[in-house]
Design a protein around this ligand. Structure first.
Ligand code: GLT
Ligand code: MN
Ligand code: MN
Length: 380
């Protein structure tokens, strides 16, 4: 009897795919329109994602425990949630804290000009770290969505950075005092919901991290869409984090350049950029979660939500398959070898004729790029 080859695009827990509860749970609200879908209970999300082959889920404190819950209520919710995770063999490798939704954070959390708000935010983040520890998470993400301004009149940005630093230092101290196995990943974004958000890129986060009391405990969580909103190359952003050993986590999604925060299904818009990102992650041996921080289109019903989730994972695996084909494609490898050969065997630059050789040589990047384009288009 003929056995079917396994479908390479069917996700498995070993692929380390995770989704925020807030991603598939997104209700489609936007600045111009109300919710179009019902709230999905975390238990349903865990069940559906596990059936689709995900490895785990991630969450903000308030995706699970509502603001204002009593300690007793909180403990009950966490107990029930842990039971569901165990039932469906799902992990929680990362948690984060919501420091942007409640109106108390309208002028920022760690960088609010009011010290009472800053203190409240730090305390909320500590409790979220405790929750993460309880759920087995080893990464704590901080996205400073409200850490910014519309105008710089009332707040000296140097003070904001000082307060930001003090907050992160307090959180690493909390991790160390409690001997938690937890590291922090800072997530940059250039703007939205604030006009300008402090520390807008991976590079600025890395510069900031070097000034912290415990830089070894702090890395970055780059998001594809956030780099693109700033007109940057997301692959290079991730590469810089890898280069410094700071890629603690990643938010995979897609985005058109120079638009509002779209959080599109991974790999759905920028096909070549997604290919190079997957290639980079696979080439680098990155072992962290492959985390999707994206939203289903607002047009979708619940069936569309799960198609969206399946699509994120299938697309990652499809690009990964293309990376494998890239490595095995004879013509591509010949062009790469030719480029390598010229790079290595070209003459040392010692006189005018050797200088001219380097001036005149070609790099064959057009041929290479055309081959890659055809490979991605499925024509090779
Ligand atoms: C929010 C934001 C994301 C962050 C999440 C973590 S929440 O949806 O748009 O980029 O990663 O706080
Ligand atoms: Mn994100
Ligand atoms: Mn986003």
């Amino acid at each position: 009897m003929m056995t079917q080859p396994p479908d390479k695009l069917v996700p498995q827990p070993r692929d380390r795919f995770t989704f925020g509860l807030w991603t598939v749970g997104n209700r489609g609200r936007d600045p111009f329109g109300d919710a179009v879908r019902k709230t999905l209970p975390p238990t349903v999300i865990v069940r559906e994602l596990s059936q689709l082959g995900a490895y785990g889920v991630t969450l903000h404190d308030n995706d699970l425990v509502p603001m204002g819950a009593t300690l007793q209520e909180r403990d009950q919710i966490v107990r029930d949630f842990k039971a569901v995770l165990a039932d469906y063999h799902m992990a929680v490798p990362m948690v984060t804290v919501n420091l942007f939704y409640d109106p108390v954070f309208k002028d920022g959390a760690f960088t609010s000009s009011a010290s009472a708000v800053r203190g409240f935010a730090i305390d909320k983040a500590k409790r979220a770290i405790d929750l993460g520890q309880e759920l087995g998470a080893t990464i704590f993400v901080l996205w400073g969505g409200r850490e910014g301004v519309e105008g710089d009149g009332a707040k000296d940005p140097r003070n904001a950075l000082k307060w930001y630093r003090e907050a992160i230092d307090t959180l690493t101290a909390h991790i160390l005092t409690n001997r938690y196995n937890m590291r922090i990943a800072l997530e940059p974004k250039p703007n939205e919901p604030r006009s300008d958000i402090y520390l807008p890129t991976v590079g600025s986060m890395l510069g900031f991290i070097a000034t912290l009391s415990h830089p070894e405990l702090v890395g970055v969580n780059p998001e594809v869409a956030h780099a693109k909103m700033a007109g940057l190359n997301a692959v290079h952003e991730v590469a810089q984090a890898l280069d410094q050993g700071k890629l603690f986590h990643i938010d995979l999604n897609d985005q058109r350049l120079a638009r509002f925060d779209q959080d599109l299904r991974f790999g759905s818009d920028d096909v070549k950029g997604s290919f190079y990102l997957v290639k980079l992650l696979e080439d680098s041996g990155y072992q962290g979660s492959l985390h999707f921080d994206a939203h289903p289109y607002r047009t979708e019903d619940s069936q569309g939500v799960w198609e969206f989730a399946r699509g994120c994972m299938r697309s990652y695996l499809a690009y990964k398959e293309k990376v494998r084909q890239f490595r095995e494609d004879a013509d591509i490898q010949v062009v790469l070898a030719h480029i390598q050969h010229l790079n290595q065997e070209g003459p040392a630059i010692v006189d005018e004729p050797s200088l001219n050789w380097w001036r005149e040589r070609g790099y064959a990047y057009e041929e290479l790029d055309q081959l890659i384009t055809e490979l991605i288009l499925g024509l090779r």
